[in-house]
Design a protein around this ligand. Structure first.
Ligand code: ZN
Length: 378
């Protein structure tokens, strides 16, 4: 073999070796899920596919953690990870799964609603794939993903996405946005199937109250707020007053726009008996103005460019040198969930839900999110 051929063969061989190593790495990133500990209050763990069999064996099937009280009462569902780069809702769900007890009624938690989106990063955003939370005994890792279903699980996007059943025209890529595909469609795309499956859980588990947890960038007006379906507006009003009066949490409230379709706060309320609300915190990593995009930004929410924008009065939230820490964001969401449950129980006493052993805003900030994360076995 001539030198030229030897060189070519070696280059091809090296390329194949690199592809195998990288491919293996990609496969691990795609399939490996963070460990979640079933806390003492968890009475059942189900899967979305238990309610809608089409999802069985797909990348979009996901765990549902159910905490049931000894006494009958109402049922609340809390979802997070509808957008997988909005993580304080995931933290709130995990804290409830690993710590809370339900004395009356039922709490249904879906921390990774769009399980496919957790396997993707948004093109051009340089998002870290994972982040770590420090605890007293070590650290826990979690996936950080995209706003949209991974294109390897749903492709291609149409030019225009026609929402079902409203017929409203939306951007083509929103066909992979779980917060634009509710109430879902049994024979639709895989993202629409997830919406449909969650609606099935709501129906079969007799869910009375639905709360979807999100985060928004500081330059976006719908932030640090509760968005309520018109049927749930009284709950939002009471929750807002109590959050402000008892915990010093300033939060807005707004009504879900009637003509904006596919969103959980609109469609869950319109297509089921559940009263639907959505809550937003401030998440700098989503803002296009941000600087370095790394794990530190995910955790601390500190960014010099967003700080500059704050000083110029360009933001919709108060923002200073302390940033928007994950403890603050998770504390806000956890207290918001608990206050919404209390407000619902006050308005519908025959459907009362009582949750205990769940930390609130001040305690989460004082001790940090990591304090409430249990050590996975093995
Ligand atoms: Zn969102």
């Amino acid at each position: 073999m001539s030198n030229k051929w030897l060189r070519k063969t070696l280059i091809i061989l090296l390329s194949v070796i690199m592809m195998v190593i990288a491919g293996r790495e990609f496969l691990i990133w795609l399939n490996e899920k963070e460990p979640i500990v079933e806390g003492p209050g968890v009475t059942r763990v189900a899967k979305l596919s238990d309610y809608f069999a089409d999802l069985k064996g797909t990348a979009l099937d996901t765990n549902i953690y159910i905490l049931e009280g000894e006494e009958d009462g109402g049922a609340v569902m809390v979802t997070a990870g509808v957008h997988t780069n909005e993580l304080s809702g995931v933290m709130t769900n995990v804290i409830l799964i690993e710590n809370a007890h339900v004395e009356k009624g039922k709490v249904i938690l879906i921390p990774f609603a769009n399980n496919s989106a957790f396997t993707a990063g948004h093109p051009g955003e340089a998002y870290p794939m994972r982040y770590h939370i420090k605890t007293d005994w070590g650290s826990r890792w979690f996936r950080f993903g995209d706003r949209y279903t991974n294109p390897i699980h749903q492709w291609p996007d149409p030019e225009v996405y026609v929402h079902y059943p409203s017929g409203q025209s939306l951007s083509g890529f929103d066909i992979r946005n779980l917060n634009r595909t509710f109430p879902g469609k049994a024979d639709g795309t895989i993202t629409e199937k997830v919406g449909h499956a969650i609606m099935q859980v709501i129906e079969k588990e007799n869910v009375d109250l639905f709360i979807d947890l999100h985060e928004a960038e500081p330059m976006y007006p719908v932030i640090n707020t509760i968005v309520a379906n018109q049927k749930a507006m009284d709950i939002a009003v009471i929750a807002e007053m109590n959050l402000s009066a008892f915990e010093g949490i300033k939060i807005g409230k707004e009504i879900s726009p009637e003509n904006l379709h596919g969103l959980t706060h609109r469609e869950v309320g319109d297509h089921s008996r559940a009263l639907s609300l959505l809550a937003e915190t401030c998440d700098p990593i989503q803002d296009p103005l941000r600087g370095r995009t790394d794990e530190a930004l995910i955790i601390t929410g500190k960014d010099e460019f967003i700080l500059k924008a704050a000083k110029l009065g360009l933001l919709y939230v108060p923002f200073d040198e302390t940033g928007s820490h994950i403890d603050v964001r998770t504390g806000r969401h956890t207290s918001t969930v608990l206050e919404i449950i209390s407000a619902f129980s006050e308005l519908y006493p025959d459907k009362e839900i009582i949750v205990s052993d769940a930390p609130r805003y001040a305690e989460i900030i004082e001790k940090g999110v990591g304090y409430f994360l249990l050590k996975p076995r093995g």
